[in-house]
Design a protein. Structure first.
Length: 255
């Protein structure tokens, strides 16, 4: 199995068909779909079952949110590559998966492209760099090899909305993870998507995460700004102590 497409659902009956039609109609056929449903009380399961396709596997059980559902999908997935599609999103055209796998992606662990999302600014596209790291790449634009989850584990459900950002920062700063940007629009990302909402927990932790994972990549001035922002947001006494030590260390190096 080349590709596992994981779709978390909850009361998605009105939108799920468009997502599934965009997959079933692909010219690339070596895929499976895992519907990870959170016990919907509408016709979501009936919609999924209506496709009568053995490649579409349906699971319905209580979950603790979208990333908990996606984590369950990771455990059940059989593909070499994993892709996460929102139930109200859809693949851009019938050839997009074939176009991705026709490219030279052997040896890479993360392959990321673009999404069609008029509500997102243009600076959310292109190659992800240190200068644009403060703008997440949504999971609808990314294919992950199994190595990513073996190395980092599953999504951190502490971040109920931006757990994908947390995972993306892990692979971005890890030199052992080979990444490839492709200039391909993979999916339409719906404006009302769950991840378009602000995650206050992630915002609180972001500067700390950037410092811990990418400290060697930042200039002294950039580190100073991140430390000051982390101190403004951080409430943990231990982390605040570490941040102050880092700040003192920076001042000492300047002298």
């Amino acid at each position: 199995m080349k590709l596992s497409i994981i779709i978390p659902t909850f009361n998605s009956a009105s939108v799920l068909s468009k997502a599934l039609d965009s997959i079933v109609g692909q010219t690339f056929t070596d895929w499976e779909v895992l519907i990870m449903d959170g016990v919907s009380n509408d016709d979501t399961l009936k919609v999924a079952q209506s496709y009568n396709d053995s490649r579409i596997r349906i699971y319905s059980e209580p979950d603790k949110g979208i990333y908990d559902a996606m984590n369950k999908g990771i455990k059940k997935a059989q593909g070499e590559w994993l892709y996460f599609l929102g139930s109200d999103d859809w693949l851009l055209n019938e050839n997009v998966l074939n176009d991705i796998f026709a490219q030279d992606i052997n040896g890479y662990d993360v392959v990321y492209g673009e999404v069609a999302a008029p509500h997102l600014a243009a600076n959310h596209s292109g190659e992800w760099t240190l200068q644009t790291i403060d703008r997440n790449r949504c999971h609808q634009a990314i294919l992950y090899s199994r190595k990513v989850f073996r190395r980092f584990g599953k999504y951190n459900t502490k971040y109920r909305i931006w757990a994908d950002y947390d995972l993306n920062l892990k692979w971005f700063f890890d030199k052992k993870i080979k990444k490839k940007h492709i200039p391909t629009v993979i999916a339409h990302y719906s404006e009302g998507g769950y991840s378009s909402v602000c995650d206050t927990e992630m915002l609180k932790d972001l500067s700390w995460i950037l410092l811990v994972r990418g400290r060697k990549m930042y200039s002294a001035e950039e580190k100073k700004d991140l430390i000051n922002e982390a101190l403004r947001m951080e409430t943990s006494p231990l982390k605040r102590r570490v941040l102050k030590i880092w700040r003192i260390s920076l001042k000492s190096k300047k002298q």
